[in-house]
Write a protein that binds this ligand. Sequence first.
Ligand SMILES: *[C@@H]1O[C@H](CO)[C@@H](O)[C@H](O)[C@H]1NC(C)=O
Ligand SMILES: *[C@@H]1O[C@H](CO)[C@@H](O)[C@H](O)[C@H]1NC(C)=O
Ligand SMILES: *[C@@H]1O[C@H](CO)[C@@H](O)[C@H](O)[C@H]1NC(C)=O
Ligand SMILES: *[C@@H]1O[C@H](CO)[C@@H](O)[C@H](O)[C@H]1NC(C)=O
Ligand SMILES: *[C@@H]1O[C@H](CO)[C@@H](O)[C@H](O)[C@H]1NC(C)=O
Ligand SMILES: *[C@@H]1O[C@H](CO)[C@@H](O)[C@H](O)[C@H]1NC(C)=O
Ligand SMILES: *[C@@H]1O[C@H](CO)[C@@H](O)[C@H](O)[C@H]1NC(C)=O
Ligand SMILES: *[C@@H]1O[C@H](CO)[C@@H](O)[C@H](O)[C@H]1NC(C)=O
Length: 902
Amino acid sequence: MVDRLSRAVYIFSAFFFLLFGCTVEQQFQISRAERFALLQLRSSLGLRAKEWPIKSDPCSGWVGIQCLNGSVSEINISGFRRTKRGSLNPRFSVDALRNLTFLASFNASNFALPGPIPEGLGLGVASLRVLDLRSCLINGSIPSTLGNLSSLVELYLSTNDLAGALPSSLGQLDDLSVLDLSRNALTGLIPVPFVDLRNLTVLDMSLNRLSGEIPPGIGRFSRLRYLNLSGNILSSSIPPQLGDLSSLVDLDLGSNSLSGSLPLDLRGLRNLQRLVVGDNLLSGQLPGNLFPSLTRLKFVVLGRNRFDGGVPDLLWSLPSLDFLDLSANNFTGMLPFNVSAGVNASSAVANISQNSFYGNITPVVRRFSFIDMSGNFFEGSVPISARGSTALGMNCLQNSSNQRSRTECATFYAERNLVFDNFGEPSAPPSPPPKSNKKDHKALILASVFGGVGLIALVIFIIVLCFICKRKTGTPNQRGISVGPVPAGGSPPPPGASLNFSNLGDAFTYQQILQATGEFNDANLMKNGHSGDLYRGLLEGGIPVVVKRVDLDSSAKKESYMSELDLFSRISHPRIVPFLGHCLENENEKFLVYKHMPNGDLPSSLFKKADTEDGLQSLDWITRLKIAIGAAEGLCYLHHECVPPLVHRDVQASSILLDDKFEVRLGSLSEVCAQEGEIHQNRITRLLRLPQTTDSGASGTPNAICAYDVYCFGKVLLELVTGKLGISSSSDAAMKDWLEMTLPYISIYDKELVTNILDPSLIIDEDLLEEVWAMAIVARSCLNPKATRRPLMRYILKALENPLKVVREDNSGSERLRTTSSRGSWNAAVFGSWRQSSIDVANVPASQKMEGPSSFKQSGTTGSQGSGPHGDANGNGHSSSARRHSREIFPEPLDEEEGTRE
Ligand SMILES: *[C@@H]1O[C@H](CO)[C@@H](O)[C@H](O)[C@H]1NC(C)=O
Ligand SMILES: *[C@@H]1O[C@H](CO)[C@@H](O)[C@H](O)[C@H]1NC(C)=O
Ligand SMILES: *[C@@H]1O[C@H](CO)[C@@H](O)[C@H](O)[C@H]1NC(C)=O
Ligand SMILES: *[C@@H]1O[C@H](CO)[C@@H](O)[C@H](O)[C@H]1NC(C)=O
Ligand SMILES: *[C@@H]1O[C@H](CO)[C@@H](O)[C@H](O)[C@H]1NC(C)=O
Ligand SMILES: *[C@@H]1O[C@H](CO)[C@@H](O)[C@H](O)[C@H]1NC(C)=O
Ligand SMILES: *[C@@H]1O[C@H](CO)[C@@H](O)[C@H](O)[C@H]1NC(C)=O
Ligand SMILES: *[C@@H]1O[C@H](CO)[C@@H](O)[C@H](O)[C@H]1NC(C)=O
């Protein structure tokens, strides 16, 4: 052997001598010891002459050998085959590596090394930085001596048959960056010393049998980009410390036995793209504030757990989302209507099957190229756009095959106090109240009533109605088509009038009320409302409720509870606070019981004391927009779907209640009354010198016209934009001053202006700023001092649903306005009023116009919009000068919807 060896060395050096004609062989030639070690390795592993020809120099002639300064630095025998003899008795025999003192990398992946990892491997090769033994048929346990490879940076042992516990000595590998132990049969706990592996960027222990908990110390791996612990039997909860992994891109904890909820603290995972926690025992609700921070998410798997509650809207509108699996949980709630702007229809795929989602299929499904919605409780018809790209089996959908039974659907909806559309057929005797999604139908009836009866009849009718409302005669209005008589003008119907108690929930006993509220314990008092005190309570089944206690002795509006009861007996809508029942058995005290709204009212949610250290936490913009849309939907229902139209008369932030998913439920309904007449008839009211109701939206006395609600809603919108609490609840001089100061910062010509009044706690990027701007514009048009010029609620809703169209497709887009009829009319409604209010504002004293900050910015985009004949008018940055040209900039869109406009 040694003979052959030295002969080879000789031949080799002779070769070099011939080639270069010099004797400096040292520089090129491998040391004797290293060459010897390589030959030993060659024979112990049974490598073939094809790759490692014995006669040539290893550094230059052997496949997979790299040398540096005459020392072997890398060995790559990946995928090599053994000699016939070698494969007869293959062994993991690599002792010779110990004499390769400069070896930095050993890659034997896909090379059969059956047997355990030799103890010695870890002791000799202190220089080793990369050890790749993937798919080598290794068995046995990992020797603790691997922890002596103190230079190791990458260690791959994946896809073998390694068993036993992980040696804690691996925790000594300070420089380790990649640790891949996946696809073995390792057992036991993840050793505590592992948390010292601070340099890890990749940690993959997936598909083993590791148990116990995920060590919270993993949170210290500040460089970790990839963490995969899936397919083990890890239990306990997800440690919130994982949220400290701010570099993490992939997190896979799927297919374990993890329990508890998804910690909100994961918000720190700012770079996360893949979140996989499917197939565990996780439960509870998804933290709504989690997803605004995880904006890079592409791949989300929450399926096959026990999550319940609603899905935060944001999850649907994550900008990069392309895979969403929520299947087989206990999620419930309605789909959001639409995803926020900036999310394009994409190739994304979603699976939300086997949950308890309900309500209509909304345009949100268009965000996905395919969505499996089967096994839920969706109702209504299937939109054309959703056909073909959805799996819809086992729901409650109209005209679809393979749906749940009528009873199953009805029971589901009834259990949740929801209205089921009964597959679009007239419902059975215990009839649910009219359903909300029949807007068009009702609008048509409404329109035909007005069209048909004619002006004179209308005028007479409205005069009569006004008298009814103001004189508190309480005579039921006979015109009702869908709602029927409603209490007019705050006047209750005569006590005991024909209330339909079958729609009024449960009749609670006084005893039950006492028990629920802890005998009206002061601790349970939520607020002293103007129509009664509100108490928090808990019904026997543990259902949280709010009880309104109406003290007939002291309350000024004693009978308002009757009108509220009457209202609830006639209306029902997902945007109205759920009414659970009443207790009328006492003479002097009456009680109304509502469902408790977990997120309270808007003022208490807008700024919440955060449990984290940074004090106050404010609602993000997307939630604010959602709340605005929700409230607008509720008001739309009252204004446009009830006949006669109902005026809320108490629209303010505290009337906007929020459920667990920040879905709006309108409350404070004790003031609701029928509208005195349609807006354009108010002139008649004025002519007849009836009590003043118009042009004084801010007067503070609730007015019985829808435009009054619109005005108040404008203040709520401003509150959402500016974060200034209390605007909508006051109408005093200070508030008016504030409005006068604020409104000039809202201009359709200058987006940047609005940043001066923006809530400083909002984190807004350029896209969102356009939405904020749009909402501010809508708010301003609602706040038109002239009631008749405020937009109708339904146009406000449209505008809020399409905020970017408010600001983008405005002026030069008149072409588009014409082609899209519906948008034409809402845009006209908002901007028509804008035109007017712009002129009004242009007339405010110059001193106020000048109040803008000195750093008055010129907006590039709006500048170009305003270009053309008046382009330079914007140049001086004075919005007021541009406003004068609004007539040219907003040409009257053609109104193709005259039939539905009143
Ligand atoms: C190679 O060896 C020479 C002299 O022995 C030394 O100066 C040089 O730093 C070495 N290079 C490397 C990369 O180790
Ligand atoms: C290792 O060797 C295999 C087989 O010769 C080759 O395909 C592969 O590219 C090598 N890998 C590296 C990292 O050098
Ligand atoms: C390492 O080299 C020394 C001599 O340099 C030799 O005695 C020893 O046997 C070698 N060890 C292995 C494992 O090759
Ligand atoms: C080892 O070799 C395989 C096959 O060429 C390659 O895919 C792998 O990346 C190598 N391992 C390392 C750590 O470079
Ligand atoms: C290997 O590491 C252990 C500590 O884990 C140490 O006690 C032992 O001495 C080391 N062995 C060698 C040969 O360095
Ligand atoms: C490991 O981390 C230490 C400090 O945390 C650092 O000094 C060292 O360079 C890192 N090693 C590698 C290979 O990144
Ligand atoms: C985690 O590992 C499993 C099995 O090794 C693999 O299927 C899965 O794709 C990995 N997860 C991620 C996020 O890469
Ligand atoms: C799902 O949630 C409902 C309440 O919303 C609960 O009654 C039911 O037990 C839950 N189902 C599971 C499987 O957790």
